[in-house]
Design a protein around this ligand. Structure first.
Ligand SMILES: Nc1ncnc2c1ncn2[C@@H]1O[C@H](COP(=O)(O)OP(=O)(O)OP(=O)(O)O)[C@@H](O)[C@H]1O
Length: 257
């Protein structure tokens, strides 16, 4: 089976820092997953990507990250991007601070790691081994590892998917604060409608291999779940996802997955 390739990948100038995707296609063994995706993310914009399981969200994120050589299309992405995955991917044999600066060179790597760890509230754990961290702490280290690279584009693939509800809320608040301070462009893959509404400027729905719907999240920041715009936007997103908005939360999750 012959696989396609990215026909064009051009790093945008550093001044731009946005994303432009045109006609992105990806098939696995002849099965088309992405069928001509167009996507723009403005510099400093926070975009959430939702869609049913298997709709191609991670495939799209991996292509934007430059991790998938089998996709076809036009991709303009900033030179500096960083990815945080659902699983933290820390090296168990390296201390926390070394994990943060993994692959970096230059002076004062420990100082840079400590500054990034301070931003996620974990400077005190700089010399710990990853195995001694909780799930939420590990994800915060993964965030620090992204931050230390001062990315213009931050790609988040369900980074809080494995966390319990309370830890997840705290991690979302942390990302909201870090984004406000550093203002990278963000593409966040999530299953969580509330997470999208708490964090993103726009929520995109991926269906049938394309961006099928787009919702502008016009809730002022800092955001809270009790803002009056929240409920109607949540309803709108759930309907777009094909989930009955009047079902209970657990039923919605079942229907969604
Ligand atoms: N390397 C691969 N080889 C073969 N098929 C793949 C590969 N990667 C993804 N797929 C298929 O592409 C489809 C989309 O997968 P992808 O992980 O992008 O979906 P997703 O929307 O992120 O799903 P989920 O929400 O369940 O994580 C799935 O059917 C998956 O099996």
């Amino acid at each position: 089976m012959s696989q396609g390739h990215l026909t064009e990948v051009r790093p945008l100038s550093d001044a731009t820092g946005g994303v432009r995707v045109r006609g992105l296609r990806r098939a696995f063994s002849g099965r088309v997953v992405l069928d001509g995706v167009d996507l723009d993310i403005a510099p400093g914009e926070f975009v959430a990507l939702l869609g049913a399981s298997g709709s191609g969200k991670s495939t799209l994120l991996r292509a934007v990250a430059g991790l998938d050589t089998g996709a076809e299309g036009v991709l303009d992405v900033p030179g500096e991007s960083a990815v945080v995955f659902q699983e933290h991917r820390l090296l168990p044999w390296s201390r926390v601070w070394r994990n943060v600066t993994l692959g970096l060179t230059g002076p004062d790597l420990r100082g840079r790691a400590l500054r990034a760890l301070t931003e996620v509230g974990l400077a005190a754990r700089a010399d710990a081994w990853p195995s001694t961290l909780s799930g939420g702490e590990s994800q915060r280290v993964a965030l620090a590892r992204a931050l230390v690279r001062t990315p213009k584009l931050l790609l988040l693939d369900e980074p809080f998917g494995a966390l319990d509800a309370l830890t997840r809320l705290k991690a979302q608040a942390l990302v909201a604060r870090l984004w406000t301070q550093h203002r990278p462009a963000v593409l966040l893959v999530t299953h969580d409608v509330e997470e999208a509404l708490l964090l993103a400027d726009r929520a995109l729905l991926l269906a049938d291999g394309k961006v099928a719907d787009e919702i502008h999240v016009d809730i002022p920041r800092p955001r809270s779940l009790d803002h009056p715009r929240f409920a109607p936007l949540r309803r709108r997103l759930l309907i777009s996802l094909g989930v009955d908005p009047d079902l209970g939360h657990d039923d919605q999750l079942q229907e969604f997955s």
